[in-house]
Design a protein around this ligand. Structure first.
Ligand SMILES: [Zn+2]
Length: 275
C-alpha cells in the first residue's frame, strides 16, 4: 500500500493504434510534482478527473474547450496498479492506444520506469457513508471499509451469461491488469457502420460470436470478461484523483455509473475524507 504521492522515475513513450480511429497515437509520460494525472493534448492541459469526463458511451472520455481524449480507463487502471499518483501524459491523437485491450503494457512500462516518492500525503479517498448510483436495473454502491474491495456482477446474453467476481486485495489483483476488453459481434458491426471501432481486431479485444468466443486462443482467464469490468471500474474510480477505500458492489455498471458514483461521493463533504 503506498502512503505518499508518487511519480514515474523517468520519461518513456508508448505508441499504438486507437480503437475507434484506427490511427497511430503516441503517449509521452513525464514525471510530475503536482498532485494528479493530467494529459496535454493540442497544447491544452486536461486533468484526468471525474469532473472533466464529457462522454461515457463507448469509453471514458475527458475533455476541455479545445481537446478531448477517449478511452482513458485502462491507462488510469495501470496508474492505479503501478502506484503512480502524479504524472503528465502528452498525447498526439484523440484517444489512448488500445494495445492488447487490457492495461498490461501501460502497467509494465510504468513498472520498468520505477516510482519516485514525494513527502506529500493526499493519496486516499476514504468513503465515510454509503453512496449509490443507479440507472434502470444497473447500479454501483460503495460502503465504508479500510481497503478497496470490489464485487462485480455482469449479465449478458449467452455464451457470457451471468458472472460474478469479488476481489478483496485489489492492489495486488494481477489477473485484473491483463484482462481484455470485449464486444459482441452484432454490436461491433453497428458501431463500425457509425464510423467507430475502426481499429478493433482480435489482437485488442475478445470477440463474442453467436455461441462462442471468436478469438482462436480463447480467454486468458475463465472470468476474463468480469475481470475486465473490474479493470474499467478501477480506472474510472481513479479519476477521483485518489485511491478509493471502500467496499464497492456493482451490477451491470459501466463508465456512466462509475462516473456518477464519484459525482455523488463528492456532492457532500460528509461522504469522504482525504488523507
Ligand atoms: Zn475497458
Amino acid at each position: 500500500m503506498i502512503k505518499r504521492q508518487t511519480t514515474i522515475n523517468r520519461i518513456f513513450k508508448i505508441t499504438g493504434i486507437g480503437l475507434h480511429s484506427g490511427r497511430n497515437v503516441t503517449l509521452e509520460f513525464l514525471p510530475r510534482r503536482e498532485a494528479g494525472i493530467a494529459f496535454i493534448a493540442n497544447g491544452c492541459m486536461i486533468p484526468a478527473r471525474y469532473d472533466h469526463v464529457a462522454d461515457t458511451r463507448l469509453s471514458t472520455q475527458i475533455a476541455s474547450e479545445n481537446a478531448s481524449i477517449s478511452t482513458i480507463e485502462h491507462l488510469m487502471a495501470a496508474f492505479y496498479f503501478a502506484g503512480v499518483t502524479n504524472c503528465l501524459v502528452y498525447i498526439d491523437g484523440p484517444e489512448i492506444p488500445i494495445l492488447d485491450g487490457s492495461a498490461w503494457e501501460f502497467y509494465h512500462e510504468m513498472w520498468r520506469a520505477g516510482v519516485y516518492e514525494f513527502p506529500d500525503s493526499g493519496v486516499y479517498l476514504k468513503v465515510l457513508k454509503p453512496v449509490e448510483a443507479r440507472n434502470n436495473d444497473a447500479w454501483i454502491r460503495v460502503k465504508p471499509l479500510n481497503t478497496l474491495d470490489i464485487t462485480m456482477s455482469i449479465d449478458f446474453r449467452e455464451p457470457v451469461g451471468k458472472q460474478k467476481k469479488r476481489v478483496t486485495d485489489v492492489e495486488n489483483a494481477f489477473s485484473i491488469i491483463n484482462s481484455r476488453t470485449f464486444g459482441f459481434l452484432e454490436e461491433l458491426e453497428a458501431i463500425q457502420r457509425a464510423g467507430l471501432a475502426k481499429g478493433a481486431s482480435l489482437d485488442n479485444a475478445v470477440a463474442i460470436g453467436e455461441d462462442s468466443i471468436v478469438n482462436p486462443d480463447g480467454l486468458r482467464y475463465k472470468k476474463e470478461l468480469v475481470n475486465h469490468k473490474i479493470l474499467d471500474c478501477i480506472g474510472d474510480l481513479y479519476t477521483s484523483g485518489y485511491r478509493l477505500l471502500g467496499k464497492v458492489e456493482a451490477f451491470k455498471t459501466g463508465h456512466y455509473l462509475n462516473n456518477l458514483l464519484l459525482r455523488e461521493i463528492f456532492s457532500s463533504p460528509d461522504n469522504y475524507a482525504i488523507y
